[in-house]
Design a binder for this molecule. Structure first.
Ligand code: ZN
Length: 395
């Protein structure tokens, strides 16, 4: 990368001695979305590569990630890189590996129609038209807050008919489908596993998904520009996908084992990343050992806490979106019916059709954590961003 990729040309030469690589890497300045955007695509293409020729022969395509405007990135996307590294990450989880080895394995995806594996499924298409390589993409409209009863019903019926063994889903989207299934009394065939990805999973999403599906739920953590970085195992810890990326954690101030994630991609021909700050905050696991027996050189994580730009600092301690979620649920208790929340300035918006009092209680809990007064506001719905993703914190 240092000799071939213009963006990294001024970085120090890597040492020949493998034992010195960690020390060298820790001195390499990180890059962020801004640097990737500024030089795109020229600064990211290796000297000997011909991007136009690779695009003409469909070896790579250019696509945009689905973040909010400030985060959106263009990516040189290569199928022959993405698919194997994602499959390998999934197989780090023993249950998923067993299921994927079955001859009748079939998978469905539920996310924004724009960000399912670099393809676009907007509009009205048949289930066959929304299937690629045996994977069925359920969704075809951008804003699940406004999915009609008919759209939900179509997806529930397709789910029953297709009976996926594995489901990859945006947790917000799957929670809406779970609630629709529960409300209709329809029993959906449970897959052998569900992976949640694309955005931060709140407790309310997990609760409603667990009510509707008798299937274990695992986090698959990655980004369009960086690949899959971590996969949750059957014991609830996230293991690094370390054949395809090296991860350095940069601790945040405070006692919470919170850290930023810098990724260096391995074995990637197009758009390799060297110490790329993915812009999220994670919580490292307490121990480096996991009962699942999978040994990793890289860090083990307890959970993904949310976007770094959504974190706040209170008395020297970082407060993450999931810590706000923890506080809300600690205040509401196990009987909580809250479905969704968003901190918007000084208001905590709460969607909770079954309770008129939870908004105030949730706002008080979050206000205590952030040491500032907040107003709780019960709303009928919270809209996603133009990208189709929901934000937990809006300033
Ligand atoms: Zn494990």
């Amino acid at each position: 990368m240092v000799t071939e990729v213009p963006l990294y040309r001024d970085r120090p030469e890597p040492p020949a001695d493998p034992t010195a690589v960690d020390g060298w890497l820790s001195q390499v300045p990180p890059v962020g979305k801004r640097e990737l955007r500024r030089g795109f695509p020229k600064a990211l293409v290796r000297e000997h590569q011909d991007l136009s020729a690779a695009m003409r022969s469909d070896q790579v395509t250019l696509l945009a990630t689905s973040g909010t405007t400030a985060d959106r990135l263009q990516v040189i996307w290569e199928w022959s890189w993405w698919d194997p590294q994602e499959r390998e990450a999934m197989r780090l989880n023993a249950r998923i590996a067993r299921t994927m080895a079955r001859t009748d394995y079939r998978e469905a995806v539920l996310t924004t129609p724009a960000c399912g594996a670099g393809t676009c499924h907007f509009g009205t298409q048949t289930a066959a038209e929304r299937s690629i390589d045996g994977i069925l993409f359920f969704n075809e409209s951008a804003d699940p807050t406004h999915w009609t009863g008919a759209e939900c019903e179509r997806m529930l019926h397709e789910w029953c008919e297709f009976a996926p063994r594995g489901v990859e889903a945006d947790p917000a989207y799957l929670a809406i489908i779970a609630r629709a299934a529960l409300a209709s009394g329809m029993r959906l065939p449970s897959p052998d596993f569900i992976t949640l990805t694309y955005e931060t999973t709140t407790r309310a999403m997990r609760r409603d998904i667990a009510r509707a599906f008798d299937a274990p739920v695992f986090q698959l953590y990655g980004a369009t520009e960086a690949g899959v970085l971590f996969m949750e195992c059957e014991h609830g810890l996230l293991h690094p996908n370390e054949r395809h990326g090296h991860v350095d954690l940069v601790p945040l101030p405070g006692r919470g084992r919170l850290a930023r994630v810098l990724v260096t991609t391995l074995g990637r021909a197009w758009m390799p990343l060297l110490r790329y700050d993915i812009g999220d905050v994670v919580r490292a696991a307490e121990s480096r050992n996991c009962p699942c027996g999978l040994v990793s050189d890289g860090p083990l994580l307890e959970r993904i806490e949310g976007r770094q730009s959504d974190c706040m600092t209170v008395e020297g301690e970082a407060v993450t979106p999931l810590m706000l979620d923890d506080a809300i649920h600690a205040a509401l208790g196990p009987e909580a019916t809250l479905e969704q929340w968003q901190l918007a300035g000084d208001s905590l918006l709460v969607v909770d059709p079954a309770s008129g009092t939870s908004a105030a209680a949730a706002a008080e809990a979050v206000g205590t954590l952030l040491a500032r007064p907040l107003r709780g506001e019960r709303v009928a719905a919270i809209a996603p961003e133009a990208s189709g993703k929901y934000r937990l914190v809006k300033r």
